[in-house]
Design a protein. Structure first.
Length: 248
């Protein structure tokens, strides 16, 4: 569970890194699971998810790659167990102020060594706008993510200003001229750490220029009574209860 100081930090900044939420050993097992999954999927489909806007924004990103899979609980039971793990769901419940926590979606990302794609700064709100502010991301780190691996970066306190106009040609992103990646602070993490941030928090990440892959799972969750404004991001598994019950 989060301390009062951690909860205050989250209220002030719209993000918090929870260190060692799972052990380094558990993270290593899940990392292997992710890489096996990527290998399986790559045999019969292109699983690159690099944003067009990343290629347009960063000259170094012309030939980068980002391996991904949505809703990994349908691929391996190890992920099903992780997303309902109480160490995670108790923190999630505290952050959204609800005993009930509902899955929106999740996605595995592997940024391959030396050429892992970046993300221009953006809010997640335009992808799946909701009535309220409970939508929150949790990024599980399955290996260390220092700056040179393209760790996630956030703009502290930015969630308080609400939705901003995004360029939505291809992928939703903020104007790189007005919101350069460098304005966000890096959140380097260790294997087992989980970074939580609100869907209004401006965030992005740099290129992985290191010799090792960066392996993460992003779990997006909400209060069950925080309803979507549109159905633009319906996905398989959405609405699964991760904690508590659906009282709506
Ligand atoms: O994993 C990252 O580097 C950032 C992911 C992200 O910004 C997103 O999926 O919205």
């Amino acid at each position: 569970m989060l301390s009062e100081a951690q909860q205050k930090f989250y209220q002030d900044n719209g993000y918090i890194l929870v260190e060692g939420l799972i052990s380094a050993r558990e993270a290593a097992v899940l990392k292997t699971e992710c890489h096996r999954l990527a290998d399986r999927l790559s045999r019969h489909q292109n699983i690159d998810a690099t944003w067009g806007s990343a290629r347009d924004t960063f000259s170094e990103a012309k030939n980068t790659r980002l391996l991904h899979c949505h809703n990994v609980q349908f691929e391996s039971a190890a992920f099903s167990r992780l997303i309902v793990d109480e160490r995670f769901t108790d923190v999630a419940s505290q952050l959204i102020g609800s005993p009930d926590v509902q899955l929106h979606h999740n996605k595995m990302f592997i940024k391959p060594p030396e050429k892992g794609s970046p993300f221009p700064l953006h809010q997640d709100y335009p992808y799946f706008p909701h009535q309220g502010m409970s939508m929150t991301a949790a990024i599980f780190h399955f290996d260390d993510a220092p700056l040179e691996k393209g760790c996630v970066r956030v703009v502290p306190g930015s969630y308080k200003n609400g939705p901003l106009p995004h360029d939505s040609t291809g992928s939703h992103h903020l104007s790189p001229a007005d919101y350069p990646l460098e304005m966000a602070i890096p959140c380097p993490a260790r294997a087992g750490d989980v970074l939580f941030f609100n869907y209004m928090t401006i965030h992005g990440s740099g290129l992985n220029t290191s010799q090792e892959a960066r392996t993460t799972l992003l779990v997006q969750f909400r209060r069950p009574d925080d309803l979507p404004l549109t159905t633009i991001h319906d996905s398989r598994g959405q609405g699964m209860m991760l904690r508590g019950v659906n009282r709506t």
